[in-house]
Design a protein around this ligand. Structure first.
Ligand code: PA5
Length: 333
């Protein structure tokens, strides 16, 4: 599934009606965009927010919870993503957005969400993947939708897919392909640290290590981490924490200096670090290519740890327990 990342980016485009509706909503003077989803289904929205917020004329909120912020109302666009279509937090937010008469766009494979969104703009994506591995499919719907809402030109994802395929070919000639990165992370707890559009990539990497490799991982961001986490560096060695700096080709010189000085201060506190760089022509390509590389790292790590990256037993068990609890409550509540 992870190998198919570039191909999945162009496997199922949203149809022209879906995007036209987003364009019309954008022109109608919406006040903001709210992106909704949990876990693997939240990443596409989070990445779009990281990439497009700076150029956006309106707020872009991310909701990973039940419900909606109070500000979201009739003049808002809400993009609801759930791969299964049955995630309870996402369904609750969807219902709340509907009750507030927001303009809703749904991306899903089916489930309750597809049933309830029949009269709305719904983009159906193919079933059969792990939700987190479906990121390129979900991204290829959410990104053009947000672009249309913002009246931006649509990015050519065909071209992007080709570049990502080429980037993956280049792993072979890298000194540190995903397998080598996985090797370096064995027995350590990675702390992925990003800046700007690479903050969601750092978060995604943490989630992929958690879900695919069943291993502890954390994420953080610069410059904020320099005002708190840096003090914990003295304990990183003891706790086997390894900071992994996600470096961008688009760093401003002050940010480059900050990454370098942060790394120096960590090293003086006895803590080594890894710097990951991927050559790219745009922030979008950098975000996707680094995500693909780190997704593959998580699968390589899973293999080395002898765990099945496909199984998420605890997530499934928890969802089952909560569903049983709800059905137990519903007759009385
Ligand atoms: O990747 C996963 O399996 C999870 O993180 C799911 O994405 C998460 O539990 C939400 O489910 P769904 O994506 O079906 O809404």
């Amino acid at each position: 599934m992870v190998i198919r990342f570039p191909e999945l980016l162009v496997a199922k485009k949203p149809d022209s009606q879906f995007l036209e509706r987003a364009r019309r909503a954008g022109k109608s003077g919406i006040k903001g965009i709210c992106l909704v989803g949990m876990g693997g289904s939240s990443i596409a929205g989070e990445m779009c927010r990281g990439l497009l917020l700076d150029q956006s004329s309106m707020p872009i909120l991310m909701v990973r919870n039940y419900g909606m912020p109070n500000a979201v109302g009739k003049k808002w666009a809400v993009v609801v993503v759930s791969y299964s279509g049955d995630t309870e937090e996402t369904l609750a937010s969807f219902e709340e957005a509907r009750s507030r008469a927001a303009t809703i766009f749904v991306v899903t494979t089916g489930g309750t969400l597809a049933e309830r969104s029949q009269s709305l703009s719904t983009h159906m994506v193919p079933k059969g993947l792990q939700p987190r591995a479906a990121l390129p499919l979900l991204f290829s719907a959410v990104h053009p939708t947000v672009e249309a809402l913002l009246a931006h030109e649509t990015t050519d994802l065909e071209e992007m897919s080709r570049s990502l395929g080429q980037q993956a070919q280049n792993w072979r000639t890298r000194a540190d392909p995903p397998s080598a990165m996985a090797e370096k992370l064995m027995g350590l707890m990675p702390l992925f640290i990003g800046w700007k559009h690479l903050v969601p990539v750092a978060y995604r990497a943490k989630c992929q290590i958690n879900e695919n490799a069943k291993a502890a991982a954390f994420h953080s961001e610069l410059p904020e981490a320099d005002h708190n986490e840096i003090e914990a560096a003295v304990s990183y060695r003891k706790h086997s924490v390894i900071p992994v700096f996600l470096r961008s080709c688009f760093e401003e010189s002050s940010i480059t200096k900050r990454f370098d000085v942060t790394s120096e201060v960590l090293s003086e506190a006895g803590c080594g670090s890894i710097h990951l760089r991927i050559k790219a022509n745009s922030a979008l390509e950098e975000s996707l290519a680094m995500t693909h590389y780190l997704d593959m790292t998580s699968v390589e790590l899973a293999e080395r740890l002898g765990v099945d990256p496909l199984k998420v037993d605890r997530i499934a068990d928890l969802k089952k327990k909560l569903a049983a609890y709800r059905s137990h409550l519903s007759p009385l509540s």
